[in-house]
Design a binder for this molecule. Structure first.
Ligand SMILES: C[S@@+](CC[C@H](N)C(=O)[O-])C[C@H]1O[C@@H](n2cnc3c(N)ncnc32)[C@H](O)[C@@H]1O
Length: 291
C-alpha cells in the first residue's frame, strides 16, 4: 500500500473532560429555567443555590428529563409545579449534596464520648443526627456510644433524619464498602461490623438496636422529632441555608436540647448570629446560652 493509499483516519470522538459546555448540552437550560429550579428547591428545602451551581443542576436534572423522555426543562418544571409527588422526591434527592464519611471532623467524637459518660443517666441518653446522609455520621455516633459504655448495647438512642429518602435507605442498611470504612481501626471494624462474603462491611445487629431512621425536612413547619436531646448533630447542612433559615432552625433546636445538651455543627458553620441562643463550648461545639 502506498502512502497515499492509506485508508482515511476515522474522526476521533470528542474529548469528554467532564466539562459541561452549554453548546454541547442535550437540553436547553436557560437562566430562567435555573431561576425556577432555585425557587422550587429554596421554598421546599431551604437550599439556597448560587449561580456557580448552574452546571451541577443541569447535570443532575438532565437525568430526570431523560427518565421522563422530556425534551425540554419547561415540561419537567411544569410537572414539578403541578406537585407530582414522586417526581418531587426524585428532584430533591437529585439536588442534595450528600458528602460524608465515618468520623468526619474527628475532634467531635471524643467530646461526645466524654459528654455521654459524664451524663450517664438513670434513663436513656438521646442523640439526634439531623442531616444523616448515607449514615456514616450516625453509625460513627453509635460506635462512639458503644465505646463510651464499653457495650454494644449502651443506654443511648440515636434518631437519624435527612430530607433525602435515597441516602436514608443506605444509612438504614448500614452496609459499606471497604474504602468507606478505611478510617476505622481494625479493632473497631471487628467489634462493630461483620465482613460479608461480598467484601462489604455490615454493622452488627446489636448496634442497630439504638438506631432509628426517618425522613425529616429541617424547614418543615412541624418536626416529628421530639426531644429532649443530650446532643444534636447538625453538621454540614446549614451551609446550604441562608442566615434567616439557619436562625429559624437554631431557634427550634434550642428548646429540644437538655439544659446541659450540646449542639455539634460543621467546620465551616458558626453560630455568631445565634449568640443569644448558643455559646461556644469547644471547636464547633455549642451549649445553650441560657440553661
Ligand atoms: C453534606 S451532607 C452532610 C452529612 C453529614 N451531616 C456530615 O457532616 O458528614 C448534607 C445533608 O443534608 C441533607 N439536607 C439538605 N437539606 C436538608 C433539609 N432541608 N432538611 C434535612 N436534611 C437536609 C442532605 O440530604 C445531605 O444528606
Amino acid at each position: 500500500m502506498t502512502k497515499d493509499a492509506r485508508p482515511p483516519l476515522s474522526p476521533l470522538p470528542p474529548l469528554n473532560l467532564g466539562l459541561s459546555s452549554t453548546a454541547n448540552r442535550e437540553f436547553k437550560f436557560t437562566q430562567q429555567d435555573f431561576e425556577r429550579v432555585k425557587k422550587l428547591i429554596y421554598d421546599y428545602a431551604g437550599i439556597a443555590l448560587n449561580d456557580s451551581k448552574h452546571d451541577m443542576v443541569y447535570g443532575r436534572l438532565a437525568k430526570r428529563l431523560r427518565a421522563h423522555n422530556f425534551n425540554t426543562f419547561q415540561e419537567y418544571l411544569v410537572l414539578l409545579e403541578r406537585g407530582n409527588e414522586a417526581e418531587w422526591e426524585a428532584f430533591i434527592n437529585s439536588l442534595t449534596t450528600n458528602l460524608t464519611s465515618f468520623f468526619r471532623e474527628a475532634h467531635h467524637f471524643p467530646v461526645l464520648l466524654e459528654h455521654l459518660r459524664a451524663n450517664k443517666p438513670a434513663g436513656t441518653l438521646n442523640i439526634w443526627c439531623s442531616a444523616a446522609s448515607t449514615g456514616e455520621e450516625p453509625w460513627s455516633l453509635a460506635i462512639t456510644a458503644a465505646e463510651a459504655f464499653d457495650s454494644l448495647r449502651p443506654p443511648v438512642k440515636i434518631i437519624s433524619t435527612d430530607l433525602d429518602t435515597s441516602v436514608l435507605k443506605t444509612a438504614q442498611a448500614g452496609v459499606y464498602s471497604a474504602d468507606k470504612v478505611d478510617k476505622l481501626s481494625p479493632q473497631q471494624l471487628s467489634k462493630f461490623f461483620n465482613k460479608r462474603a461480598d467484601g462489604q462491611f455490615e454493622v452488627k445487629a446489636e448496634l442497630r438496636e439504638m438506631m432509628s431512621f426517618r425522613r425529616q425536612n429541617l424547614i418543615d413547619p412541624m418536626w416529628s422529632v421530639r426531644g429532649p436531646f443530650d446532643a444534636i448533630f447538625c453538621r454540614n447542612v446549614m451551609i446550604y441555608f441562608d442566615r434567616p433559615t439557619q436562625l429559624k432552625i437554631l431557634e427550634r433546636f434550642a428548646p429540644l436540647l437538655k439544659p446541659n445538651g450540646l449542639l455539634f455543627v460543621g467546620h465551616s458553620e458558626n453560630l455568631y448570629h445565634a449568640a443569644h441562643l448558643f455559646k461556644l463550648q469547644g471547636k464547633t461545639v455549642y451549649a445553650l446560652e441560657k440553661r
